[in-house]
Design a protein around this ligand. Structure first.
Ligand code: IVH
Length: 695
């Protein structure tokens, strides 16, 4: 069927014009503004439709058609740089048959060149969903990093790339080539992305739609400090232009060399010798996709032999010798049935989307997060309309935008509004000026209480008390405040009789609850739910004031003396601590024997006094709380983020961006053993330490 048959000739022309406008609009939002409204799958569908129309009737092609160019002009505030060699795109294959077709086309092409009976070797690499970069090294030093741009001209973002710890500033060799271009992908890991969005949402800032956008927005910042604060990563995937003397027979040899030079090269890149091997490798990447800490949207398959690559050459903007096996999309379109609102610990109402169930990224999605009201307003969602749902990797499903056809409608349902009454307790809501949240002001609201109580049991690390048990005890009317957990023993008989409890599990539970009385003061301050007081601030307050009495007596000025506490925060903390209900809770918990005194030495005293530590990753034996308690007990300070003022970073398994940042800044890094050694050394040197007790 020809395109003309479907639309009639005039119809096809009009549709092509409309598609060009739509594609231009979305391409601009994506490439220039870094603020797309639709996902890749929808964009590709528009693009493919236009390409097919043009293929069926080449007269429809106009010189300005998006199919006739690569990308968009870069925005102008970064310096434009011409690439030494054009940066290419890749043709796509979406099935095993399309992949076999690609291999057959290569054979046909080579046969025409007189090369028969080739046995190909392939290299299969993850197709990282980030941004292509060209890095230029002169005499072994990184001199320039340029974005792909339109393939011919990109933007100089060297200042930001230099902040990426995994990009070597100097090649790890004594005999560097005079010139070397390394190509690869800059991306943001999923864990870094989630942490960044949580931080932004908590600060009332807009959140990024996906890791790719987040990386794009970061790499194009003018101020490298901003880029440095947002962790980016890099995978190298190709040796680009290089001076004479750099020569390989195979692409894979080049990758190995890059690895030796200090570049991150994905360790799961494979050389494969058969079509079927390539296909099963692509399928295996697809299966592993959800368990990776970075997004991949497919697998790039390349011919390994570089001489064959040269013979195969380039068609248009795509090499004949490589193809992208694209995974099915992780976005889907479904109907937004309603917006639900969940009260948080402090009554802040968080919106979430209730969806017509839809299959996306391998699971059925019924609900999706919306970070706050502003997020909801910015996305311009309306109840009853179709929306785009994104689920990538292990990221919680998100509603991204209205479906493209929806946004063009003249008549749309009204914008959803935050509820005028709390959906849990029906109390009229309020909207304070300085908050991005509408609040349920009722402190007895069961929704709010549940959040506070689950936060408490998790912060106090009470084994056997989780969300389910908190719900159950609340429903039974046994627990209304945190102190009630410590009175559960009085209901031992009733508790043992409950479904899911028995003699042993009840005993275990009581034991865990009793044990939580040893949780240090700073952690208790975090657990009782004071706005603005996280784990780190709780500890800082405990160190500063030493006892609950002194803390409750402190005025705003005194609170402000605490490291990390600014004037606004001091005022908020002060007002909450002055509140009679908060005072009653504290009195109750103190009466029940929880820890409201600081055990460690005062700040400025103790063997580690003056040293600031940051903990990251999982240590082999100590929990993070234990390590922090030991450091604090020796007079050291534990903070949440790495800066030039950090003295040590203690890193365990799966340490992430904090470790990278420490490496960038040259902060000494300790493992658990080194930390213990430091503590042991220091206590032997400490004045008044028991010398006989030291090893
Ligand atoms: S090779 C011919 N290898 O995919 C060489 N590209 O559509 C073209 N990409 O712009 C690039 N991972 O941003 C290559 N292992 C990989 C890749 C990769 C991701 C991206 C890159 C490029 C786009 C091509």
């Amino acid at each position: 069927m020809s395109a003309g048959g479907a639309f009639g000739d005039g119809g096809a022309r009009a549709r092509a014009a409309q598609l060009r406008r739509l594609i231009d609009y979305h391409s601009h939002r994506y490439h220039v503004l870094d603020d797309p409204e639709i996902g890749d799958a929808e964009y590709d569908a528009l693009y493919n439709e236009l390409r097919d129309l043009e293929a069926a009737d080449p007269q429809l092609i106009t010189p300005d058609s998006p199919t006739q160019r690569v990308g968009e002009e870069p925005v102008s505030d970064l310096v434009k740089v011409a690439h030494l060699q054009r940066m290419l795109s890749l043709a796509n294959a979406r099935s095993a048959d399309e992949l076999r077709g690609w291999i057959q086309r290569m054979r046909n092409h080579l046969a025409r060149e007189g090369i028969e009976q080739v046995s190909f070797e392939f290299v299969a690499e993850p197709k990282i969903d980030g941004l292509a970069m060209s890095l230029i090294y002169e005499d072994g030093l990184l001199v320039r990093g340029v974005t792909r741009g339109n393939g011919e001209v990109g933007e100089d973002v060297t200042h930001n790339l230099r902040t990426i710890a995994s990009i070597p500033l100097r090649l790890a060799t004594d005999a560097p080539p005079p010139l070397l271009e390394v190509r690869g992908e800059v991306y943001m890991s999923l864990s870094d992305f989630q942490a960044l969005n949580e931080r932004r949402a908590a600060a009332g800032e807009s959140t990024f739609m996906n890791p790719r956008n987040s990386a794009a927005g970061t790499v194009r910042q003018l101020d490298p400090k901003l880029a440095a604060a947002r962790p980016l990563s890099f995978w190298a995937y190709q040796v680009g232009v290089a001076s004479d003397g750099v020569a390989f027979e195979r692409h894979y040899d080049g990758l190995r060399w890059l690895h030796e030079l200090g570049f991150p090269v994905n360790p799961d890149i494979r050389v494969l010798e058969s079509e079927e091997g390539v296909i099963s490798q692509c399928q295996s990447w697809h299966e592993r996709r959800g368990s990776l800490d970075f997004e991949i949207d497919g697998v790039v398959v390349k011919v390994n032999d570089l001489e064959l690559q040269r013979r195969l050459g380039i068609v248009g903007r795509e090499p004949r010798w490589a193809i992208a096996w694209k995974f099915p999309p992780t976005t889907a379109v479904t109907t937004l049935l309603d917006i639900g609102w969940n009260p948080g610990k402090f009554g802040d109402l968080h919106p979430y989307a209730m969806l017509e169930p839809v299959h996306v990224g391998g699971v059925t999605v019924r609900q999706a997060t919306l970070h706050n009201e502003e997020d909801l307003a910015r996305k311009d969602l309306r109840i009853g309309e179709e929306v785009i749902v994104l689920r990538a990797g292990d990221v919680i499903p998100q509603v991204v935008a209205p479906a493209p056809h929806v946004a063009e409608r003249a008549q749309r349902p009204p914008r959803p509004q935050p509820p005028v009454r709390c959906p849990v307790c029906d109390t009229p809501t309020v909207k304070p000026e300085d908050s991005v949240f509408t609040l349920c002001p009722n402190r007895a609201c069961p929704g709010r209480r549940w959040q506070l109580l689950t936060h408490f049991v998790s912060a106090m690390d009470i084994d056997g008390l989780g969300e389910r048990q908190v719900s159950l005890f609340m429903e039974l009317g046994w627990v209304a405040g945190a102190g009630d957990f410590y009175r559960l023993r009085e209901r031992a008989d009733e508790l043992i009789a409950l479904d899911g409890f028995g003699q042993t599990s009840a005993q275990k539970l009581f034991y865990a609850i009793d044990a939580s009385r040893a949780v240090p003061f700073g952690r208790v301050l975090f657990a009782i739910g004071i706005e603005e007081v996280g784990d780190v601030t709780g500890r800082a307050l405990a160190q500063q004031f030493r006892s609950i009495g002194a803390l409750l007596d402190a005025d705003v000025d005194a609170l402000q003396q605490t490291p990390g506490v600014g004037p606004k925060m001091a005022r908020r903390i002060h007002d909450q601590l002055a509140d009679p209900q908060m005072r009653a809770l504290i009195a109750d918990l103190a009466e029940l024997g929880l820890c409201f005194e600081e055990a460690g030495p005062p700040p400025g005293e103790g063997p580690l006094a003056g040293s600031t530590f940051v903990l990251t990753g999982t240590l082999p034996d100590l929990t993070r709380e234990q390590a922090a308690a030991m450091i604090t007990a020796a007079g050291g300070k534990v903070t949440g983020s790495v800066s030039r003022r950090t003295d040590y970073v203690v890193a365990g398994e799966s340490a992430g961006s904090k470790l990278t940042k420490a490496q960038t800044l040259g902060v000494p890094i300790l493992d658990e053993a080194a930390l213990l050694e430091l503590l042991a050394q220091d206590s032997s040197q400490a004045p008044g330490a028991d010398a006989a007790g030291a090893p």
